[in-house]
Design a protein around this ligand. Structure first.
Ligand SMILES: [Zn+2]
Length: 130
């Protein structure tokens, strides 16, 4: 099944053939902050069709995983995950007609929080709103 998607502003567009009809919600620090839902595509089953090379790279921690986002609208589009650096974890929420596709897929959870070598990112003590 060939799927298409892109960032919010349309600068970056892509196509992919998912490995399985399964989305994964990860609870690690960055996936939580991004609000991403992962759909896996293997190497050769994902390609940027518009704005190739435009996506900006973000890396943290061990700097193995590569997180790509649109420099214009800030949408997180895809990542090359730490566990499979040649594969693509596409942010399923950036797919065209995501809300129609979601009910057809199995949804699972990955405990990335326990998997982070540095442990959970500390939460700074907060000042209540006044
Ligand atoms: Zn954009």
């Amino acid at each position: 099944m060939l799927l298409e998607g892109g960032c919010h502003c349309g600068k970056i567009r892509y196509q992919l053939v998912p490995e399985t009809p399964k989305v994964v919600e990860c609870n690690c620090s960055i996936c939580t902050k991004k609000g991403a839902l992962h759909l896996r595509a293997q190497e050769g089953s994902f390609k940027v069709t518009q704005g190739d090379g435009e996506a900006r790279l973000y890396q943290a921690g061990t700097k193995i995983a590569k997180h790509f986002f649109c420099p214009q609208c800030g949408t997180h589009i895809f990542a090359n995950p730490k566990r499979a650096p040649l594969a693509f974890n596409v942010n399923a929420k950036t797919l065209d007609r995501f809300w129609e596709l979601l009910p057809q897929w199995e949804k699972t959870y990955f405990d990335g929080r326990s998997w982070e070598p540095e442990g959970p990112v500390p939460v700074p003590s907060s000042t209540p709103f006044r």
